[in-house]
Design a binder for this molecule. Structure first.
Ligand code: 6GU
Length: 247
């Protein structure tokens, strides 16, 4: 999978993603990241890419021409019908479902703004999707695009090893992941739950499922309504006196 990132800070993207699992995926050729420096497409001596906003007001606005030319420089390579994702707090909030959808693409282009934003005309011309990572304001879209690339990459076949697989993880079925323990069996007087030492796979699976349900109800009650719950799950929720939450 190929990620193209149009940005004024290309090293933020490549340096950050060169570590850990994304770093390994790049080395293994499972993903490829090309950060394109918008400043390289400035046409003035001072390499400026921003100017004062028409109509006045605080801050500077990124000019359309360098952004458009940066896009044009990779348009062919990135292929036809490639989605161009503008990172903006005005976009649709990113979630696991969107990560799954994006992970099916062969190429994605990200556009990262800085200053007070980007001239609206080039956004209208090239952008297909506007995505936010939450209701807060960042200084630029770079960190947001890094987060998206991380979340999407780990869903690309072969990026995670068998050991790291994402079968039981949080959000996979609108349930949070159950608690995990490793050695020692006792830490600061706290014991690992007996069932996990029992070797009884059926009981362990049942306990984990129940822990996922309890956790989701406690920490993210908004998710549980969208979880696929079996008759057994619903019986368990009744047993712990929380059936009001799924009504
Ligand atoms: Cl995608 N960009 C910026 N600049 N700020 C944000 C954001 C994105 N998502 C939340 N805040």
């Amino acid at each position: 999978m190929n990620f193209f990132v149009l940005t004024l800070f290309p090293e933020m993207i490549t340096d950050t993603l060169s570590h850990s699992i994304t770093g390994r995926a790049i080395k293994d050729g499972k993903i490829n990241i090309e950060a394109v420096n918008i400043r390289d497409f400035s046409k003035n001596k001072q390499k400026h890419v921003d100017d004062y906003p028409y109509g006045g007001g605080a801050g500077m606005v990124m000019q359309p021409q360098p952004v458009y030319d940066a896009y044009k420089s990779i348009e062919q390579k990135a292929g036809k019908n490639t989605r161009v994702v503008y990172m903006t707090p005005q976009g649709k909030t990113f979630n696991q479902k969107m990560a799954e959808d994006f992970s099916k693409e062969e190429n994605i282009i990200f556009l990262c703004g800085h200053y007070e934003g980007i001239d609206e005309r080039v956004i209208e011309e090239i952008v297909t999707d506007e995505v936010s990572i939450g209701d807060f304001v960042l200084t630029g879209g770079e960190l947001a695009s890094i987060m998206m690339i991380d979340a999407i990459s780990r869903l690309v076949p072969g990026v995670l090893g068998k050991e790291e697989s994402f079968q039981d993880e949080s959000f996979s079925d609108n349930l949070l992941e159950y608690p995990q323990y490793t050695r020692p069996a006792e830490f600061m007087g706290k014991k690992v739950p007996d069932v996990l030492l029992s070797g009884h796979h059926g009981n362990i699976a049942k306990w984990r499922r129940e822990q996922s349900i309890i956790r989701t109800i406690e920490k993210r009650p908004d998710l549980i309504k969208n979880a696929e719950l079996s008759k057994k799950d619903i019986k368990f929720i009744e047993k712990i006196g929380k059936s009001d939450i799924i009504k």
